[in-house]
Design a protein around this ligand. Structure first.
Ligand code: NAD
Length: 264
């Protein structure tokens, strides 16, 4: 197979099932010849991730709970044992207590605030630190964020605060890694029905609102996200780093309800 990603290999973190944003990206990378390893969190997910990985020609699965620095060290050691160098990483990971993804933001507990920050924002920093020695010839690191980092989206609460930290981390990491030819970017995806999204209060309303009010008058798909992922992880985006790129049918550009949008 020939393609944009021919001869490139990397780690996909955050694949849960065939609805995952990571799956949209992995499929596009595979079409273009990339070789991929997949990390998963816990045995239950391994059962779902293994057949998906196999369908893309990969038998390289690594268990990794990113909230544990020891687990991250062990996972990168396993990765480096088989692949001493890599070209890309997809970080598609976020988590918060779903009971706090509704109601008032100020009801967020300290424990959940710290846990959400750790898994959803700090983990990108910890992953980048461990990936850098494996990217001596440069590379590309991509994370996933959401508009709730920029503007208040009801119910998104502490996750929005963590995504703001994530987007800022992308800029600082891009500046750290730039001299070594490693680029760090984020895709800010519009709402898509996934396992993680199902934890967000009234997510169906968010989906409908975006569909009716975005310039393209539709929601995005994991294939839309996958296409942009391919751009960031390939040389097509060789001059781009520190960027948060919206794949949201243009929703972030709109300041008010569309005239043709019915009440919902
Ligand atoms: P998903 O449920 O398919 O993926 C979330 C992944 O995070 C899962 O694979 C889960 O195992 C992993 N994860 C959670 N805690 C972890 C931990 N401690 N260690 C390792 N992995 C852990 O849902 P998704 O929507 O594809 O989410 C992927 C990313 O996309 C997330 O960062 C999410 O915030 C972001 N995002 C999603 C949407 C959306 O509407 N679905 C929009 C914008 C951004």
């Amino acid at each position: 197979m020939t393609g944009l990603m021919q001869g490139n290999r990397g780690l996909i973190m955050g694949l849960a099932n065939d609805k995952s944003l990571a799956w949209g990206i992995a499929k596009k990378l595979h079409e273009q010849g990339a070789e991929m390893a997949f990390s998963y969190q816990g045995e239950a997910l391994e059962r779902r991730v293994r057949p998906l990985a196999e369908s893309l020609g990969s038998d390289f699965l690594i268990e990794c709970d990113v909230s544990s620095m020891e687990a991250l060290d062990a996972s990168f050691a396993t990765l480096a044992e088989r692949w001493p160098t890599i070209d890309f990483i997809v970080h598609a990971i976020g988590f918060s207590d779903k009971n706090q993804l509704r109601g008032k933001f100020y009801d967020t507990t300290l424990d959940n605030f710290l846990m959400t920050m750790n898994i959803s924002a700090y983990s990108l920093v910890a992953v980048t630190k461990r990936a850098m020695p494996m990217m001596p010839n440069g590379g590309s690191i991509l994370t996933l964020t959401y508009y709730g980092a920029e503007k208040v989206v009801p119910h998104y609460n502490v996750m929005g605060v963590a995504k703001a930290a994530l987007e800022s981390s992308v800029k600082y990491l891009a500046n750290d890694c730039g001299p070594d030819g490693v680029r760090v970017n984020a895709i800010s995806a519009g709402p898509i029905k996934t396992l993680a999204a199902s934890g967000i209060g009234d997510f169906r309303y968010i989906l409908k609102w975006n569909e009716l009010n975005s310039p393209l008058r539709r929601n995005v798909t994991i294939d839309d996200v996958g296409g942009a992922g391919l751009y960031f992880l390939s040389d097509l985006s060789s001059g781009v780093t520190g960027e948060t790129h919206h794949v949201d049918a243009g929703y972030h550009t709109v300041g008010m309800k569309q005239e043709d949008a019915p009440d919902i």
